[in-house]
Write a protein that binds this ligand. Sequence first.
Ligand code: MOS
Length: 750
Amino acid sequence: MTSNPIGNREVGRPLDRVDAHLKVTGQARYTAEMPVPHVTHGVLVRSTIARGRITHINTEEVARYPGVLAILTHENAPRMKQPDEFDPSKSEPSAAPTTLVALNTDEVFWHGQPVAVVVAETLDQAQEAAALLQISYEPGAPGRLSLHEEKPRAFVPKKVMGEKPEVKKGDAEAALAAAPYKVDCIYTTPPYNHNPIEAHNTLAYWEGDHLTVYDSSQYITGGQKMLAEMFHLPKGNVRVISAFVGGAFGSKGRAWPHVALTAAAAKVVGRPVKIDLPRKDMFYMVGGRTPSEQRVALGADATGQLTALIHTGITASSTKNTFPEHFSFPARHLYACPNLLIQQQLVRLDMVPNTFMRAPGDALGMNTLEAAMDELAYVLHMDPVELRLRNDTATDPTERVPFSSRHLKECFELGAEKFGWQQRNPEPRSMRDGEWLVGWGTASAYYPANKRQSEVKLMLQADGTVVVQCGTHEMGNGTSTIMTQYVAEQLGLSVQQVRFEYGDTRLPKASGSYGSTTTATVGAALAEACATLKRQLLKLARKDHASPLCYATSAKVDARDGGLFLKAEPTKGESYVTLLTRLGRNSLEVSGQTPSGWYDKLTQAAYSFQSFGAHFCAVRVHQDTGEVQVTRWVGVYDCGRILNTKTANSQFLGSITMGIGMALWENTAWDQRDGRIPNASLSEYHVPAAAGLPHIEAYALDIPDPHMALGAHGAGEIAMTGAAAAVANAVYHATGKRIRDLPITPDKLL
Ligand code: MOS
């Protein structure tokens, strides 16, 4: 707050969500609820083999079924251009998750690949007809379905999220061999599927060669780009709208095959088509987090100082995408160590293309790095908090520049105090509560603080209110609320006087809402726009010598109470309404964008921008059944200045919850014979539910980053990293059993 001396204090306040009322009263319309007249319903049909070719589909028979309007297959679907796959090193990548153009080939690349779309008047008719479709296949070679078995064919990818796949500093293997204290372990993680409560869904219609698409998306510009490419249209002919989104944790940053297929189907039937994926299709057609096998080896001297840090491993992509999930990134930035060996390898599996899932890369790597740190603490007989603080560093070990802002130590200190960590007896199996073994665990959190590019528009209206426009998204993360607060504060308005419009490609262009970048990205653009608006108002005021603002400069005025006032003489000033009325203007419009000039590039190069945190949790493990319950959680996070303590807290709670799910329950159980997913439902794929969760206390340090616009990092993903490790470490403390294979199910503890 101290970094912002202007106007009323909106920023930082726990303001209720500006869209809360619409949502709880059912007025908020999500994609599948859009009242588009004459809408028809599409149902996808999934392949039942993992690899092979389609030989026959009984379309003629099923086409006669009542209500059926069209059956699209590889034989008759519109031909679409193969899109560029999402590429994180591009400033504006396409949202295509895969190079596969569904229904443009008879080949099958994964079990569950869409192979037909049935469009009918009603959803029931479409579902019934889809069930009647009989598809014959010529099976291909046996599916590649096991990461473990494909290991001999692992390769080092060219890039990992646009970065080098390897980092070598010193001689880590030699340092490990020489280290008096060490651990060297293999950890495995299963594939995880996305389960936002709102499934992916799309509604599309054509007007001539103009395509309009409602899409449950966290990256509308990427969707627009992909559709324009696939349908050979200028980008301006494609409009993507994403009004309200019922949760998006990475998967909605990609336009999965159903998006283009909805547009293709709408073209064929000449009417609007809606495809709303059933939960089962979510498992088969929307990619999730890769399985992984990782090695973490740590060497230390007697003081606990790391002398060797090795983090290597293998993740998987499909045969139709390339996304080597960057599990190795945390090890590049988290701890001081003179000898680093970091390397990623990739295998290809016959699976749905993998993708981002909350804290992609970093959550995956922190599961293992932070479990290994706990193992090392036991080897050293050192407190695990102390071990982490011994290896704290002011200089990024890989980039070799200072951190823009790093308060890992304060996170551990505050967290340990709130949790009562000092009371802990480090001995495993030393605490008990009747039939339950009790354990306490800790882990660091780490996530990069990046920003991307966005444009915004501000329109000051004659009535003194402001309309803010930006093609960003509100997926439950609170963007519309915090940006409203920020603009209100900057312009001295109440939040009711600011309207934030988003989720439409007709608005100024924004980057995707992923990577915890939205706050810093859109915020920086708004900072520029607000400053420009104030400057322009002063320029206009100058035309009138009677105006009290006539000779004022921006530095000499405050925006407050709906106008600009002299700082030196607070009674002198003018309201926006007076100013605009006198000038005879209906509105004043300015734009802004995220800075990307030389100064910004210099700053980006001069510092390492990262967020940090500390988790503390208590678990109890039943001595006879192996059931694990997380009973208490304290997390402290260092992600810059907090714009709204309530929405930020929600992000922390959500992340920790997902971390607990990752540790204990979630697991996509591919059948390794044919790629079928036997637990493709919410009844068998266990996501966390309130009854299984502890009381969670989350705190933000709220220390502004002096080198970041608004002083704010994102808050959406930091608490997801290391959370599963904290659980695993607590389970070890409770039971003396080190489970290196997630999730930690009871069978592994018995
Ligand atoms: Mo996040 S996985 O970048 O939505």
